[in-house]
Design a protein around this ligand. Structure first.
Ligand code: NAD
Length: 341
């Protein structure tokens, strides 16, 4: 069993912990918190040993009935690999601690590529992650872009890609984030960081992205255009998308035309937390104009898509699956990911 520690048991960390626990070849040896809150009670219910970034707070947790197994440094020592899911920018400060004990580390997309020196997406570059010491699972938006662009590029060639990203303002539990009543250009300048981030995995792709933040928490929406090297039909693109286990297709007959209805759908499907781990591509939006100009809308659930990639990254870095296909199949089966069609 691969011993996994999750440093930072928040939006992403708690999902990674549950997905890891569901895998037949992995176990959670610890998760960490900074402050007492509801997630600490959930960790206790799930029997995840809880460690603290600041051990001087031990008593506060114990008075609330939550046993503390030790400090983060103790947790690092008993793990084969650490998933650092601390808030963006915090993770790089933990690097010396991981290096002190020679631990393999996965950072999430809030850290810069340079922290790990290697950025990961299971569909695109699994083989390059094998036996690595450090990796970064790219952000939710970059993950969603990489999955579809890589697939289309492999068959039809992508001459250039252009994406407009409508970003959620915060996660559902983030009561302090906004905007409440604005559309915020984020950034005003073009390109947004997402294009260069895609190139950290697919360096040859000519891509420009722009982004804005809107007052919603559920998901992001991408409007994606790819100019193809070789002609394609809409039907060929749909068949190709169906061949990818992490690209979902939203049919017109579901009546779903919004992130709200999509979230309701995944909740009704009894997905944990209503998570959409796959890209939610609106089938009717897929258009190929003049045979080479491909357009589509896709929904990206910010809290979920990177979770399955993180599990595959663990398998790649520990050399415990023969191929991306094998790891992806194990991960998907363990959590019940059958892409929506
Ligand atoms: P979060 O704020 O929800 O959770 C972070 C957790 O880390 C909290 O539980 C906090 O208590 C803990 N923490 C803070 N400082 C710590 C420290 N020094 N040591 C140990 N734990 C500490 O953050 P998140 O949204 O889960 O983001 C985690 C990472 O995942 C970031 O890199 C982020 O950019 C990335 N990411 C987030 C999303 C998203 O939409 N939430 C999507 C994709 C990637």
């Amino acid at each position: 069993m691969i011993k996994v520690a999750v440093n930072g048991y928040g939006t992403i960390g708690k999902r990674v912990a549950d997905a890891v626990s569901a895998q037949p070849d992995m176990e959670i040896v610890g998760v960490s918190k900074t402050k007492l809150g509801s997630e600490a009670f959930v960790a206790k219910k799930r029997n995840y040993p809880l460690y603290l970034a600041d051990i001087s707070k031990k008593e506060i947790f114990e008075v609330a009935g939550i046993p503390i197994a030790g400090c983060v440094e103790d947790m690092i020592q008993i793990a084969d690999i650490v998933v650092d899911a601390t808030p963006g920018g915090v993770g790089k400060g933990n690097k010396p601690l991981y290096e002190k004990y020679g631990r393999k580390v996965i950072w999430e997309g809030g850290e810069d590529h340079e922290v790990a020196g290697f950025s990961f997406n299971a569909s695109c570059n699994y083989a390059e992650a094998v036996d690595r010491q450090h990796a970064r699972v790219v952000s939710c938006n970059t993950t969603g872009l990489c999955r579809i662009i890589h697939l289309i590029d492999a068959i039809f060639g992508v001459k250039k890609a252009r994406a407009t990203i409508v970003r959620r303002g915060g996660d559902p539990g983030d009561i302090k984030r906004g905007p409440i009543d604005a559309i915020v250009l984020n950034p005003v300048t073009i390109p947004s960081h997402h294009g260069p981030d895609v190139q950290s995995i697919l360096p040859h792709i000519n891509i420009v992205t722009s982004a804005m933040i809107v007052p919603t928490t559920l998901m992001h929406i991408h409007f994606l255009n790819m100019e193809l090297e070789r002609p394609a039909t809409k039907e060929q693109v749909i068949e190709l998308i169906k061949s990818h286990s992490r690209l979902g297709l939203i049919e017109k007959s579901t009546g779903i035309t919004s992130t709200a209805q999509l979230k309701e759908y995944t909740s009704d499907l009894l997905r944990p937390r209503g998570d959409l781990w796959e890209n939610g591509i609106f089938k009717d939006s897929i258009s190929v104009l003049g045979g080479i100009d491909l357009y589509l809308f896709q929904a990206i659930h910010q809290e979920a898509d990177v979770v399955v990639e993180t599990v595959d990254c663990i398998r790649a870095m520990t050399g415990s699956a023969k191929s991306a296909a094998e790891s992806i199949a194990i991960t998907n089966k363990a959590i019940g990911l059958i892409a929506i069609r």
